[in-house]
Design a protein around this ligand. Structure first.
Ligand code: PMP
Length: 352
């Protein structure tokens, strides 16, 4: 740390992104990317956008917004775009949390929530999960906090129903409730339809997972016009050109090719269910994940050991050292071939 670094950041512990290996070729099941290529329409649109790189992108993302607005059945002024959904989450911590309105989120969830709270000097409360690692909706009633819930939650993959989330919204009418739907397309039910009913709901989604665009960085949120307007104030006070024109064009192409995306999601869900069945037959405990990853543990081996042995065999998964989940590893659902290799490696490790 230099002597110039602001004191307000002295205790900040930055987020550690999943490894992006360069030294050798791994089967990469550690960062919940899609195993499938981006849409061909997206690639075509992105190539065309390259011809006009001398111009700034449209800060309002008008064409992208129009496309999403008709696909999701929401008004254009209920949508905001950011550079990955991480940026929206950061804006939400900036916009809707402070000393008098702290943040609350599940104790085991997306690690970035705590980092955003700390980076923005926001007090926060972590709410434990139930014994079965699910979020207990009742624990979020009448909190007086801005609530952040990943649904499905990460790294467990377990989801609440929109009816349960609706109860949280009703019991916190004076607080914003942010539902992070990064993984919703693989089998959970979206809360977007609730936006019409609840002015305190903000739903975030990303193009990084189901839409095969992690490298392009594109996220969005849907909420009532007043919430979107607050977030726009922050966007226009930091980086109005936060979506570059190539990403914007690829995003439009992806939305036009929605049938391709839906088909990929269906294939990933099928591969997840097949792999889960095989893992259970090998004695693994797995959460009932509806996301594009599985959260698994085995009585014969610790999470740290399983992670390390798989790595030696050329397969990367994600391990979290937090004591309550140190038995587990999180495994992204890859292609059917990748999961066959993963299962073979797991069998080999268990036989050792
Ligand atoms: N929410 C959750 C729960 C995530 O796991 C991730 C991905 N790490 C994100 C949000 C952010 O994704 P992105 O910034 O790529 O949209």
């Amino acid at each position: 740390m230099s002597r110039f670094f602001s004191k307000k950041y002295k205790d900040l512990e930055p987020y550690t992104p999943g490894e992006q290996p360069k030294e050798r070729k791994f089967i990469k099941l550690n960062t919940n990317e899609s195993p499938y290529a981006p849409s061909k329409v997206a690639i075509e649109f992105a190539k065309e956008a390259l011809e006009r790189l001398q111009l700034y992108p449209d800060p309002e993302c008008t064409a992208l917004t129009a496309e999403l607005s008709s696909l999701y059945g929401v008004e254009p002024d209920q949508i905001l775009w950011t550079n990955g959904s991480d940026d929206i989450l950061n804006f939400a911590f900036m916009a809707f949390c402070d000393e008098s309105h702290p943040a609350a989120f599940p104790e085991i969830s997306y690690g970035f929530y705590q980092v955003f709270a700390q980076a923005n000097g926001v007090p926060f409360k972590k709410i434990p999960l139930k014994e079965d690692l699910s979020v207990c909706a009742e624990d979020y009633y009448d909190l007086g906090h801005t609530i952040f819930i990943a649904n499905p939650n990460a790294p467990t993959g377990k989801a609440l129903s929109p009816a349960e989330i609706e109860k949280i919204l009703r019991r916190n009418p004076d607080s914003v409730v942010v539902i992070d739907e990064a993984y919703v397309d693989f089998g959970a039910e979206s809360c977007v339809p609730l936006v019409a009913k609840y002015e305190n709901l903000l739903v975030t989604q990303t193009f990084s997972k189901s839409r095969s665009m992690a490298g392009a960085r594109l996220g969005f949120c849907i909420g009532c016009q007043a919430l979107i307007s607050d977030l726009n104030t922050l966007k226009y006070s930091t980086n109005p050109y936060n979506i570059n024109s190539v990403t914007m064009a690829a995003g439009i192409g992806t939305l036009k090719d929605d049938a391709y995306i839906k088909d990929n999601c269906r294939r990933i869900a099928e591969t997840r269910d097949y792999t889960t069945m095989e893992l259970r037959a090998l004695g693994f405990e797995t959460t009932d994940s509806v996301a594009n990853f599985m959260f698994i543990s085995h009585p014969k081996i610790s999470g740290a050991e399983l992670y390390a042995r798989l790595r030696e065999l050329g397969i990367l998964v994600r391990y979290f050292s937090a004591p309550k989940i140190s038995r587990f590893v999180r495994v992204t659902v890859g292609s059917r071939e990748e999961m066959t290799s993963f299962l073979e490696a797991v069998k080999l490790i268990l036989e050792e």
